[in-house]
Design a protein around this ligand. Structure first.
Ligand code: PGA
Length: 254
């Protein structure tokens, strides 16, 4: 199965000038390199998607960090999947824990966004993960099962094959704390079971499952390569194009 290194730049860079600098340095890092089995995807802030379009020439795919579920109309501040497609996004992150926290996004809204992205042939990267409290109470299996089921319940089997799931324990995001390989392996099994339940075993087997939360080149062995994940979703470290490309080479060579 193909692997994915997804850089979520979040609310960075903070100017067009910095956006262009980032693109220039990512293209320089990718110069002369192509990864046959590993796709690098970068998700800049929406206002800079246009400025990031040239990363495609370096073999890097573009993603958005969010999408709305309607195609057009009176939805102030929202961006539709049609618009994202028009500006070149091929992937979109959906249900990131920061969206669930700051925009109070619910499981059913995440499901609507997944279906909207698929309608426009944009691949959704669906984020799921438990909080520290849920983990302490032993509820991570329930939480992951509920989030996966809600996100994919009404997706047909053909469309489902374009979905990517990212396991992002919320306590590991932005904290420099990471789970051990066994915990990642266990979460992957729970997610795979939930995918099988909603989509059937054959389709579930083909859906890539990534790990996200404080990933660095030095920890990618523990959270991705060791437990056999299909790639990583990277926050802070993705602000360094060199780190993204290094991680892609490590995953490609594993
Ligand atoms: P982080 O963010 O790598 O900075 O922990 C990960 C994420 O939010 O996906």
């Amino acid at each position: 199965m193909k692997r994915y290194i997804v850089g979520n730049l979040k609310m960075n860079p903070v100017s067009s000038h910095d956006a262009e600098r980032y693109v220039g340095s990512l293209l320089a890092e990718m110069s002369g390199k192509r990864f046959g089995e590993t796709e690098i995807v970068v998700a800049p802030p929406l206002v800079y998607l246009d400025r990031f379009a040239s990363v495609e020439t370096g073999g890097v795919a573009l993603a958005a960090q969010d999408v709305f579920w309607e195609d057009e109309g009176p939805y102030t501040g929202q961006i539709s999947p049609k618009m994202l497609r028009d500006v070149g996004a091929r992937y979109v992150i959906v249900g990131h824990s920061e969206r669930r926290t700051y925009a109070h996004e619910t499981d059913s809204e995440v499901g609507a966004k997944v279906r909207a992205a698929l309608r426009e042939h944009i691949r959704p990267i669906v984020c799921v993960g438990e909080t520290a409290e849920e983990r302490d109470e032993g509820l991570e299996g329930d939480v992951l099962g509920r989030q996966v089921t809600a996100a994919l319940r009404d997706v047909g089997p053909t469309e489902a094959e374009r979905v990517i799931v990212a396991y992002e324990p919320r306590w590991a995001i932005g904290t420099d704390r990471i789970p051990d390989s066994d915990a990642v392996l266990e979460a992957r099994a729970v997610i795979r079971r939930a995918l099988s339940f909603v989509l059937g075993a054959a389709v579930a087997e083909r859906i890539p499952i990534l790990y996200g939360g404080s990933v660095q080149a030095s920890s990618i062995g523990q959270v991705c390569i060791g437990p056999g994940m299909d790639g990583v979703l990277v926050g802070r470290e993705s602000l360094h194009p060199h780190a993204l490309v290094t991680m892609a080479a490590m995953v490609e060579g594993a």
